[in-house]
Design a protein around this ligand. Structure first.
Ligand code: MN
Length: 358
């Protein structure tokens, strides 16, 4: 008689992977109440959703993770049954082995079964991060195999969907603030880059230019930001820049901005872009647009967004003239002063660009 773990064992060599590879037949005990969701940084980031059932973990790989909003259906690929011991597995599957990459437990808890057959699985999850009713529906479609998973319950209290695009805050040309109002402003460098909004969901990044045009295909090196954020939903505002010997290179940026997606891939080595992030517009189901700038910056600073192709540069409160002098010295276009109490508005007067001297 075949064992439900035959396929699992066939794909793995217990001497090469730290994953549990139990020998012998599966013992059918346990009370079929445990679930686990593992974040798996394999060649493609995905979340493995596993339910204890009949002595094994019945598993789906969900590329974008479980949706939080009920209107969203996401692909779920049914994968081989895993041993029950896998529910506590975290570790790195070595390069060359099946599923190579880092696996961590994203959530675990208990579940109730409402329906369970080959066409539909409906469950209620009671976890630390997820709670609510979910349905997995088998599409039975040979052209697009797989299941769809959707949330049946309403979104958790207060959770709002991540916008596709928000009109960027306008920056108006102007002068330095007078000393009387100096402490109402933050100062950041004006980088002279290409305005870009990054939408991060399910570990995937979409970049939009200031007009809302999707330019993701041109800037592949920014995509890795998604995996570092895991399941965190974010909308970020910033600029794309190419640096040459520490200074923004208009020529390099021009090359990248006008490259076709195929050319862009070849230009990554010579003219890598850096996404300079200076604001956060939406975070984990909450809009940040109504928060004062100082609070948005505090949140942005807490997100740990530093990587090879993205950064959150410091901004400075007070002493605008010194920041402007530094911008001039570094050959930057100038500074942008931002009202500390200002909300994020496309038509506001809270962001003033002040040109460098000379
Ligand atoms: Mn996996």
């Amino acid at each position: 008689m075949s064992d439900p773990l035959d396929e699992y064992r066939r794909k793995r060599d217990g001497s090469r992977t730290p994953e549990p590879v139990p020998e012998g037949p599966t013992a059918i005990d346990g009370d079929d109440s445990l679930y686990v969701i593992q974040e798996h940084h394999a060649s493609q980031l995905h979340w493995d959703v596993r339910f204890e059932r009949g002595g094994v973990l019945v598993s789906w790989a969900v590329p974008l993770g479980l949706p939080v909003l009920p209107e969203t259906a996401r692909l779920a690929v049914h994968t081989e049954d895993h041993p029950r011991e896998y529910a506590t597995f975290e570790g790195e599957i070595p390069a060359g082995e099946y599923g190579a990459g880092v696996m961590t437990i994203w959530d675990t808890g208990t579940y109730e079964t409402l329906h369970w057959n080959d066409h539909m699985v409906e469950v209620v999850l009671h976890g630390a991060r997820i709670s609510g009713r979910y349905a997995f529906v088998n599409r039975h479609d040979e052209d697009s195999p797989g299941w769809l998973v959707r949330r049946i319950d309403p979104a958790p209290d207060g959770w709002t969907g991540l916008p596709g695009f928000v009109p960027p805050a306008r920056t108006r040309p102007g002068r330095m603030a007078g000393t009387r109002t100096e402490n109402e402003w933050a100062y950041s460098f004006d980088w002279g880059g290409l305005r870009a909004q990054a939408r991060v969901q399910g570990g995937r990044v979409t970049l939009h230019d200031r007009d809302g045009v999707d330019v993701s295909g041109r800037y592949h090196e920014v995509k890795a930001l998604g995996a570092t954020l895991g399941s965190t939903e974010l909308l970020l505002d910033g600029e794309l820049l190419v640096f040459d010997q520490g200074r923004p290179s208009a020529a390099g940026l021009h090359r990248r901005a006008h490259a076709s997606p195929a050319q862009a891939k070849r230009l990554v080595g010579r003219f890598p872009v850096v996404y300079v992030i200076y604001d956060v517009l939406h975070h984990e189901g909450r809009s940040c647009l109504g928060l004062p700038y100082r609070q948005r910056r505090e949140l942005l600073g807490s997100l740990g967004l530093e990587g090879p192709n993205w950064t959150v540069p410091e901004d400075y409160t007070g002493d605008g003239p010194a920041v402007l002098a530094a911008a001039t010295e570094h050959g930057l276009p100038g500074v942008v002063r931002k009202r500390l109490d200002g909300e994020y508005r496309p038509d506001g007067d809270d962001w003033i660009a002040v040109p460098a001297d000379g």
